[in-house]
Ligand binder design. Structure first.
Ligand SMILES: NC(=O)c1ccc[n+]([C@@H]2O[C@H](COP(=O)([O-])OP(=O)(O)OC[C@H]3O[C@@H](n4cnc5c(N)ncnc54)[C@H](O)[C@@H]3O)[C@@H](O)[C@H]2O)c1
Length: 411
């Protein structure tokens, strides 16, 4: 249960609507808070959605439900939106920001799932495992050891040493791999993982190269013919990051010409919107190439972790006003402060707001114990703890300011 300012509101009055079969781990978090939860397995149509969220305080969705401005604006009590997934394109983030509604997601809950698949694929590529399995399934006995290797003592090069890259480094080292990494920022190496100065240096020194960078202008086509040519003959490339990072035609050519020994690819420049036949890629049918349909982060454990992480973030916002993990909002986090009254004010970002609010507080002879303001181009978010029980009066007067979008008080 998230620590909260004591007795600030009747907890059962907080209504949570969870759509699209959000994992039950989320419902457990809200139940511990005694919030009232409505849980649906489907993604409702627009009219049903609007009716469902008309008096909801929190809404939880996954990737199908489109939350556009009219629906957001119609939800008068809405405090926050939870995207129980990684992406947030399905929400009009800009409109939510203007309406004073923070949106939370879970960008790192599937880190471990991706890292484990990378390790599985490094071993599978090294042993040509999927080709042997496919042959035996087809009734063909093809026993060989040539070209098959242990991974112990080989070198794994990690490009992008963030959440996933660094976990891969830890797991790889436990298998006896030597680990090099390259990142544009300076990172603390885990275990004996070793940073190298450039991508070229990493490519030239690695038996396996695994990519864990975000999609940015710099990483678009980061690995193309020129980079593949720097890798040792027989080396393998893994891309479980973003589809735009590798030139797949160049990769296919390097594999066909046996310059590379294998590849594992989970992400593609364009991906189908739904399951079914008809997927095309220049890598289809090539030997020792593992192709998966963007599933590296898709496990039940990741879903459970996403459920908990997003529900926790929503509860922290309701109970404490914390927006540290929001994707569309000025970030503020202050620990709960028992005995104080916490005012949370979201306002239009125009000059003079802080002056107006401080004048209201000083007119009422209250003392501000702590005050934090963060802004973005559209809005400001102010959190302040007062030492006196002036909550109702302060709330009324701040709410009436023409710059105020939403104001709450926790005590
Ligand atoms: N296939 C899947 O199912 C799946 C699941 C989760 C994440 N992902 C993807 O994996 C990637 C990594 O995720 P993460 O959570 O580790 O991200 P992260 O933000 O924690 O780490 C990314 C790292 O890449 C580094 N970086 C950025 N540009 C770089 C460059 N040009 N050269 C070298 N390093 C660079 C950053 O400094 C950062 O350390 C993301 O693209 C994410 O979308 C894929």
């Amino acid at each position: 249960m998230v620590e909260t300012q004591p007795s600030s509101f009747p907890r059962e009055s907080i209504k949570v609507v969870l759509l699209e079969n959000v994992h039950e781990s989320a419902e457990a978090v809200f139940a511990a808070e005694r919030f009232t939860v409505t849980r649906l397995s489907s993604s409702p149509g627009d009219a049903e959605l609007r009716a469902l969220i008309a008096d909801a305080h929190l809404i939880g969705i996954r990737s199908k439900t489109q939350l556009r401005e009219p629906a957001l604006a119609g939800a008068r009590r809405l405090l926050a939106v939870g995207c129980f997934c990684i992406g947030t394109n399905q929400v009009d983030l800009e409109a939510a920001n203007r309406l004073g509604v923070p949106v939370f997601n879970a960008p790192f809950s599937n880190t471990r799932s991706v890292a484990e698949l990378v390790i599985a694929e490094v071993i599978a590529l090294s042993r040509q495992l999927l080709d042997r399995s496919t042959e035996v399934h087809a009734g063909r006995w093809h026993k060989l050891s040539e070209g098959c290797h242990e991974v112990r003592g080989k070198t794994l090069g990690i490009v992008g040493y963030g959440h996933i890259g660094s976990q891969v480094g830890v797991l790889a080292e436990s298998l006896g791999l030597r680990v090099l990494f390259h990142d544009i920022r300076s990172c603390l190496p885990m275990g004996n993982n070793r940073p190298v100065a450039s991508l070229d240096e990493l490519l030239a020194a690695s038996d396996f190269v695994t990519l864990h960078v975000p999609e940015t202008p710099d990483t678009r086509n980061m690995v193309r013919a020129e980079q593949l040519a720097r890798m040792p003959r027989g080396a393998c490339l893994l891309n479980l990051s973003r589809g735009t990072v590798v030139d797949l035609e160049a990769l296919a050519a390097a594999l066909r010409e046996h310059r590379l020994g294998g590849a594992a690819v989970d992400v593609y420049p364009t991906e189908p919107e739904r399951n079914g036949p008809g997927f095309e890629s220049p890598l289809r049918g090539l030997a020792n190439v593992i192709l998966t349909p963007h599933v590296a982060g898709s496990t039940e454990e990741a879903q459970e972790s996403i459920g908990r992480e997003v529900a926790d973030a929503l509860c922290k916002f309701v109970n404490q006003g914390t927006t540290a993990q929001a994707v569309n909002f000025p970030a503020i986090e202050l620990p709960p402060s028992p005995g104080t009254h916490r005012i949370l004010n979201i306002h239009r970002n125009v000059p003079g707001v802080l002056r107006d609010i401080n004048r209201i507080i000083s007119d009422l002879n209250a003392n501000i114990e702590r005050q934090v303001l963060a802004t973005d181009p559209n809005i400001g978010y102010l959190m302040m703890d007062l030492d006196a029980d002036l909550s109702a009066e302060v709330l009324d007067r701040i709410t009436l300011l023409p710059t105020s979008i939403r104001t709450r008080v926790l005590w």
